[in-house]
Design a protein around this ligand. Structure first.
Ligand SMILES: Cc1ncc(C[n+]2csc(CCOP(=O)(O)OP(=O)(O)O)c2C)c(N)n1
Ligand SMILES: [Mg+2]
Length: 282
């Protein structure tokens, strides 16, 4: 067995990566005692596939020109992205303890100027897709083979700017753009479909000229297949992955909690959350 083969055999599986991302997020949540934990748990499988299967980047050089870009539009999911960036070795694990504190590089809402690997500041919702369109266009004009990945949330589908970006991405035939929308059916004011209905989402996006796949965003095999197809599909269209997810995924008592948008967890519950996650450890 050569060295490369040995490394591959010993590399953590995607399921282990997703577990580690969830664990990092819970540990950061404990530092503040509250936060967007349920979203971090629902999107960890997608982030594991993005960072450990699909994307091209150099952990030791986050600004490497040839990297694929990952734009987090829903800035309140920063805790999830930090958890993935720590697992990817872009941010040292020790910084986890500083989450949300003064002078930390890990503020509660993502700031591109503070955090290595954070490509945009996304606290004001509805902007990421527009920025991704501009970046995708710019990369094409430079004849770059880098791709732009962007994650946004179902609550952002309420915003007109998102639909403008959806129009312009297909107008410019941005086949280097892969967008993922987290359909967890939750937003600040209640269940997303009740606040502002968006179904039939696949048909709508297809009508706007996108290549669309819809998957269970917590089924790693399905997510891998969707990312692979998004990368290799030949139509000159932007690609959307509609990921249906379960808030709190992996921690049963958080999966069942109502009003999961922003949770406060009692001090003793963090250890229970880690224990519940451990019970399903891959
Ligand atoms: C432009 C803008 N409007 C309102 C907010 C306040 N806000 C923060 S998170 C959020 C909910 C957005 O929906 P979603 O991301 O689907 O919620 P989640 O799935 O995280 O519960 C809102 C309205 C904001 N950050 N930006
Ligand atoms: Mg949501």
């Amino acid at each position: 067995m050569d060295t490369a083969t040995t490394l591959r055999v010993n590399a953590p599986t995607l399921a282990q990566r997703a577990y580690n991302i969830r664990r990092n997020a819970i540990r950061m949540g404990e530092v503040q005692g509250q936060g967007y934990i349920a979203q971090a748990l629902d999107i960890s499988d997608v982030l594991a596939v993005a960072y450990f299967h699909a994307m091209r980047y150099r952990p030791e050089d986050p600004d490497w020109e040839e990297r694929d870009r990952f734009l987090l539009s829903n800035g309140h999911y920063a805790i999830a992205l930090y958890a993935a960036l720590i697992e990817a070795g872009i941010i040292p694990e020790a910084e986890l303890e500083t989450y949300g504190s003064d002078d930390s590089r890990l503020p509660m809402s993502g700031m591109a100027s503070y955090t290595p690997g954070m490509e945009m500041s996304g606290g004001s919702l509805g902007l990421g897709l527009s920025i991704a369109v501009g970046m995708g266009l710019g990369l094409k004009r430079k004849n770059s083979s880098s791709r732009v990945y962007t994650l946004f949330s179902d609550g952002e589908l309420d915003e007109g700017s998102v639909w403008e970006a959806i129009s312009s991405a297909s107008h410019y035939r941005l086949d280097n753009l892969i967008a993922i929308v987290d359909v967890n059916n939750q937003q600040a004011d209640g269940p997303s479909r009740q606040v502002m209905g968006f179904e039939p989402l696949v048909a709508r996006l297809e009508a706007f000229g996108w290549f669309v796949q819809r998957v269970d965003g917590n089924d790693l095999d399905a997510v891998v297949a969707a990312f692979d197809t998004a990368r290799t599909h030949e139509a000159p269209k932007p690609r959307m992955i509609v990921a249906d997810t379960l808030m709190g995924k992996g921690v049963p008592f958080l999966e069942q909690r109502e009003k999961n948008h922003f949770i406060r967890v009692e001090p003793h519950e963090w250890q229970l959350a880690l224990a519940a996650l451990d019970a399903g450890r891959p």
